[in-house]
Design a binder for this molecule. Structure first.
Ligand SMILES: [Zn+2]
Length: 233
């Protein structure tokens, strides 16, 4: 997520969309695309994995908390760690696509984006036995080409409403506080189970932040994107 260090909140992305889709149909973020789902809970998502260190630690903590989540995977990481990708599905979680490589779509052609997403989806399906349905672009940057490629591959694009800025590492309570700053009932949380684009070892802050979050989202169901957004999105 953080390689460009862009302060791209979902709101900022929303403002960017009309500009980057100016050659296509100008559009606003729909609730589903923004990550706003049914009330009574929040969706929990982890980007940039699978990772041989971070992902098992996240899986163990999710098991302890009784939470299910969606892991938005990089094809390049799946190719290196197919066994870890498989663990995610075996533990009852959901998979999504982040792309084959972690590159800004603003500097890629629609055809290159489509090739990238198609390859990543295939890598994830081969490793896990599940064809991913959800897609989130690197850095949350949506272009007209991104939206076209995802739709053409039957992928549903989803951003987020709250993030922990966990790629910085640091105190877990800071990660939890950052999530809670913008998290509302029905929102979607973005965290990372891998440090492949982040500060080395930052996943430790992510893992330690989860029990802190649990204390603050009490009463809300923590769920996958599929449970959160449903079949209509
Ligand atoms: Zn990412």
């Amino acid at each position: 997520m953080p390689a460009l260090a862009l302060p791209l909140t979902a709101a900022a992305v929303a403002h960017a969309v009309p500009a980057v889709t100016a050659r296509g149909p100008a559009r606003r973020l729909t609730p589903g695309l923004a990550g706003e789902g049914r009330p009574g809970g929040v969706a929990l998502t982890f980007d940039d994995g699978p990772d041989p260190d971070g992902t098992p630690a996240v899986l163990q903590t999710l098991a302890d908390l009784g939470w299910r989540a969606t892991f938005v995977m990089l094809g390049s990481q799946v190719r290196r760690h197919p066994d870890i990708a498989r663990l995610v599905v075996e533990a009852g979680h959901e998979v999504g696509v982040h792309g084959t490589i972690h590159r800004n779509h603003l500097i890629r052609t629609p055809w290159a984006i489509r090739r990238d997403l198609r390859l990543a989806s295939g890598q994830i399906a081969e490793a896990t036995g599940v064809r991913p349905r959800w897609f989130r672009p690197p850095y949350g940057i949506l272009t007209a080409g991104t939206l076209w490629a995802a739709r053409d591959l039957d992928l549903v694009s989803v951003l987020w409403t709250a993030w922990g800025k966990d790629w910085r590492g640091g105190p877990p309570d800071r990660v939890a506080a950052e999530v809670m700053r913008t998290l509302r009932d029905g929102g979607t949380v973005l965290l990372h189970d891998s440090d492949c684009t982040s500060r080395p070892g930052s996943w430790r802050s992510t893992v330690a932040s989860l029990p802190l979050l649990a204390a603050q989202v009490e009463g809300l169901e923590v769920r996958t994107l599929g449970d959160h957004l449903g079949p209509a999105c």
